[in-house]
Design a protein around this ligand. Structure first.
Ligand code: SF4
Length: 220
C-alpha cells in the first residue's frame, strides 16, 4: 500500500463515520473560542467547558477582558491547570487585541502567534475552526494517531507532523481532518492502550500490523 492509498482509506473512513466532527469546546464567537483554546492547554475540554460560562458572563467581550485585573480573573480559572500563567495570558491577549488589532481577533497565524498564550497550535485551531483555513493544529492526539497509523513517517516534532499531514490531506479536508484525528485519539486510539478492536482503521494501521496482530497481515 502506498502512503497515498493509506491516506485515502483513512480520510474515506472518517468521511463516512464522522462527517460532522467538530471541536468539543463550547463557544459562540472567535473571542470565546480563543479564550477556551488558551485555557485548554494541558487541560481537558470538559473542564474548560465547565469554566468558561462564568468567564464569558463576567467578561462578555475582549474589551471587557482587557480591563480585568489578575485578582479578579484568577478565581474564575483557578480549577484549571496552570491558572497563574493562563490568567496573565488571557489579560495580555485581550489588551493586545484591543491595542493592536482594534478589538478584532486577528485571523492569520502570523498575527495570532503575537498574542500572549498563543502558539502555533492555538493559532492553527482558531484559523481552521473559525475560518476553515487549511491549517493543521498538531496536539498530542494528532501527533500520536498520525504516527501510529503511518500517516507520518519519522516525524519527531509537531511541526514535522503538520508538514507531512498537509502534504497529503486535500486542502478542503484539512480543517475537519484535525478534528477526526483528535477525536480518534481521545476516544479510540488512546495513548496507553488503543482500542484497536473497535477501530475501523485496522486494515491500514501500521501500529496494528506491527504490535497488535503480528501474525495477521493488514493491507500494506
Ligand atoms: S488500529 Fe489501533 S493503533 Fe491503529 S489507529 Fe486504530 S486504535 Fe489506533
Amino acid at each position: 500500500m502506498t502512503r497515498k492509498e493509506r491516506y485515502a482509506f483513512v480520510l474515506d473512513y472518517f468521511k463516512q463515520h464522522a462527517p460532522n466532527a467538530e471541536t468539543e469546546l463550547i463557544y459562540d464567537n472567535p473571542y470565546q473560542l480563543l479564550v477556551a483554546v488558551i485555557l485548554s492547554a494541558q487541560c481537558t475540554d470538559k473542564r474548560v467547558n465547565m469554566t468558561t460560562p462564568a468567564i464569558f458572563e463576567e467578561y462578555p467581550d475582549v474589551e471587557a477582558l482587557s480591563h480585568a485585573t489578575f485578582d479578579e480573573l484568577f478565581p474564575l480559572i483557578r480549577s484549571i491547570s496552570y491558572p497563574n500563567n493562563k490568567t496573565k495570558h488571557l489579560i495580555g491577549m485581550a489588551k493586545m487585541v484591543v491595542d493592536k488589532f482594534h478589538g478584532e481577533i486577528p485571523m492569520t497565524v502570523e498575527e495570532l502567534v503575537e498574542l500572549p498564550g498563543v502558539g502555533r497550535k492555538t493559532a492553527n485551531v482558531i484559523t481552521s475552526v473559525v475560518d476553515n483555513q487549511p491549517n493543521m493544529a498538531v496536539d498530542t492526539h494528532v501527533f500520536r494517531v498520525a504516527a501510529r497509523i503511518g500517516l507520518t513517517l519519522n516525524a519527531t516534532t509537531p511541526l514535522a507532523t503538520e508538514k507531512q499531514l498537509l502534504e497529503f490531506i486535500p486542502k478542503e479536508l484539512v480543517h475537519i481532518a484535525h478534528h477526526w484525528l483528535i477525536l480518534h485519539g481521545r476516544y479510540i486510539c488512546i495513548a496507553r492502550t488503543p482500542k484497536c478492536d473497535e477501530c475501523g482503521l485496522k486494515p491500514v494501521c501500521k501500529y496494528y500490523q506491527k504490535n497488535v496482530k503480528p501474525g495477521v497481515k493488514a493491507i500494506g
